[in-house]
Write a protein that binds this ligand. Structure first.
Ligand code: SAH
Length: 225
């Protein structure tokens, strides 16, 4: 048999980026308390290895954050799953705003579940790579912008849901102003080493936060790069 005609391990679903590696990750996420089948299905299907450098592809289906360049990271799959669950728990939002595109992975997860995703990134080079990935994967319902996401994206407001994937000391009022009245906002909040994942929902005239757990995100920074 000609060795060149044999299907590659990846093509047979084996190897570090194949279906088996992905299924192992999904089993682990379930063990760690992720229960929403819609979220688990999207994570099983989406090729996370295409959102990181090739040199790290073999680690793509480990439940760990990985560097994506420019001092930034793609979030740990468990964190992506938990934040997505928290965002869609009551209803699937039609219009979602994400602050901190990074690799584009979280935006792609949201795009598989929600109607339209708007995402803002302050580092141009990361945004360029993320856009290339959206095109390659044929994802057509993500709009992205190079800007300081702390001011949101007023042009398309109101959003049914907003997700921050970088941690500030607090959530800017500008973001709440762009949230629909029955909307939900999920964000890591607090200083390095003491961040909490919060979900805000309206309670009468106020936005009330619910603590979802402890997390470790890169900081929300001002300006663009
Ligand atoms: N959601 C990303 C996570 C990337 S890490 C993913 O799935 O890969 C967080 C990202 O937030 C980084 O890329 C960082 O550059 C970006 N960021 C930090 N402060 C920001 C701001 N004020 N506006 C927009 N993006 C910001």
């Amino acid at each position: 048999m000609n060795v060149f005609s044999r299907p590659s391990p990846e093509a047979r679903g084996l190897g570090m980026t194949g279906q088996r590696a992905r299924d192992r990750l999904i089993a682990r996420l379930k063990e760690e308390g992720i229960a929403d089948r819609r979220v688990l299905e999207v994570l099983a299907r989406l090729p996370r290895h295409l959102f990181i450098e090739e040199a790290l592809a073999s680690r793509a289906y480990e439940d760990t954050a990985l560097p994506i360049g420019q001092g930034q990271t793609i979030s740990q799959p468990w964190v992506v799953a938990r934040m997505t669950e928290a965002l869609i728990e009551e209803k699937i939002p039609d219009k979602v705003l994400e602050i901190g595109t990074g690799s584009g992975y979280q935006a792609a997860v949201l795009a598989a579940l929600c109607g339209n995703v708007y995402t803002v990134e302050r580092i141009e080079e990361l945004l360029r790579d993320a856009r290339r990935r959206f095109r390659k994967l044929g994802i057509g319902n993500i709009r992205s912008k190079h800007d300081d996401g702390r001011i949101g994206w007023p042009e398309f407001a109101p959003y049914d849901a907003i997700m921050l994937t970088a941690a500030g000391e607090s959530v800017d009022a500008a973001l709440f102003a762009q949230l629909a009245s029955d909307g939900v906002l999920v964000a890591p909040v607090g200083p390095a080493g003491a961040q909490r994942l919060l979900r805000y929902r309206r309670d009468g005239e106020q936005w009330k936060a619910q603590m979802l757990g402890h997390v470790s995100f890169v900081p929300l920074l001002g300006g663009v790069a």
